[in-house]
Design a protein around this ligand. Structure first.
Ligand code: CP
Length: 393
């Protein structure tokens, strides 16, 4: 199935071969990332950002301009009729008549799916609350592939606020399916959500080890054997040296409902010169950015600090994706690859079931009927993916 016309709501919207195809096209289009092609001439991309953004919004807009297309945008969504109460459904039904594709970021989980359900042009999720950020994952995976040369078999530690960081959720799925080894390091209360862990287990048979701190991880020498470090030499290795990449996320202040809880965890982890001394010379420090204080500015000049290069890869990756969904370029596909995107279970009404997620888009877009999907890990909200509460009759 071609990418042309497809919505991009989740990393599950791509097959493994399509992810590789996007990367191959990004490699090809990278030569225009400082120039201009005419690949999308005559097309218009609309960017609807209900939440702040620097990288995602500007790299999508840069990508479209580099492709020779046009961009329409609003400086602030509060300057649109959203301020008068216009819904997501109505907003995208208007914007689709002005643009050929829509990129949307919204604070509520499941909002991008709502936009895709109502718009007839491709909708790309640029982050829906704490749920998913699939195009960030594409550029994160692209960074690993470009800088390490492979994804399969790499060891990647996800460090930080894994509860709220949508980038970490989508990336965990992407890494697991492409056969990387994922380890989670999160302070108490900020661990990877149950739904993400259940999906990793059910879809890929992956159960990441979890640690409350980098110190706890470095104390687990059994990781050395898991990573095939010679047992005899184990004492000579810091456990951190097994990792090909450390992916750091900030504490997502905007997702906390309790200021006290935020204060408790806000300074609970950081990467500085000490940890770099014990890492391999080729381990990448990655971060979706923005950072707050979890990455010391003193490490920026170290070649292992990959986060600014990572952000720059957003342009060729989003050029490739935009050209593909607009039908202006085919992504090259391995003819032997047969894996299709995950087929979502059909959305069903479930009498007595409720989502229970206060950040689900169904809590504020009044026209939405609750809908659920029954999968291997039980009933989930079809919008935000959160496990649904089912009333037994
Ligand atoms: N990484 C990322 O999503 O950055 P922005 O919030 O600046 O778009």
């Amino acid at each position: 199935m071609p990418l042309s016309g497809r919505d991009v709501i989740s990393i599950f919207d791509f097959s493994d071969a399509e992810i590789e195809g996007v990367f191959a096209l990004a490699d090809e289009l990278a030569k225009f990332a400082r120039g201009r092609a005419e690949i999308c001439a005559g097309k218009i991309l609309a960017t609807l950002f209900y939440e702040p953004s620097t990288r995602t919004r500007l790299s999508f807009e840069s990508a479209m301009l580099r492709l020779g297309g046009g961009v329409i945008s609003c400086a602030e969504m509060t300057g649109t009729s959203v301020a008068k109460g216009e819904t997501i459904a109505d907003t995208v039904r208007i914007v689709e008549s002005y643009a050929d594709a829509i990129v949307i970021r919204h604070p509520l989980e499941g909002s991008a799916k709502v936009a895709a359900d109502y718009a007839h042009v491709p909708v790309i999720n640029a982050g829906d609350g704490g749920h998913e950020h699939p195009t960030q994952t594409l550029l994160d995976l692209y960074t690993i592939r470009r800088e390490i040369g492979r994804i399969a078999g790499t060891w990647v530690a996800l460090l930080g606020d894994l509860k709220h960081a949508r980038t970490a959720h989508s990336l965990a799925y992407g890494l697991a399916r492409l056969k990387a080894n994922v380890v989670c390091v999160a302070p108490e209360g900020l661990e990877m959500p149950r739904e993400v862990l259940e999906t990793l287990a059910h879809e890929y048979g992956v159960t990441p080890r979890q640690y409350p701190s980098l110190e706890a991880l470095r104390g687990d020498v059994s990781l050395l054997e898991s990573a095939s470090r010679p047992t005899q030499a184990n004492l000579d290795f810091d456990v951190i040296s097994i990792f090909d990449a450390i992916y750091v996320t900030r504490v997502q202040r905007e997702r906390f409902t309790s200021p006290g809880e935020f204060e408790r965890v806000r300074h609970s982890y950081a990467i500085g010169a000490e940890i770099l001394r014990n890492m391999r010379s080729d381990t990448l420090i990655m971060h979706p950015l923005p950072r707050v204080d979890e990455l010391d500015y003193g490490i920026d000049a170290d070649p292992r600090a990959a986060y600014f290069r990572q952000a720059a890869y957003g342009v060729p990756v989003r050029m490739a994706l935009t050209a593909a969904v607009l039908g202006r370029r085919e992504i090259p596909l391995d003819p032997h690859a047969t894996v299709e995107p995950r087929i979502q279970p059909p959305a069903v009404r479930a009498a007595g079931a409720t989502c229970g997620n206060p950040r689900c888009v169904t809590t504020s877009e009044h026209y939405l009927e609750p809908a659920f999907q029954r999968g291997p890990s039980g009933l989930r909200c079809a919008y935000c993916g959160r496990a649904a509460e089912e009333v037994k009759r």
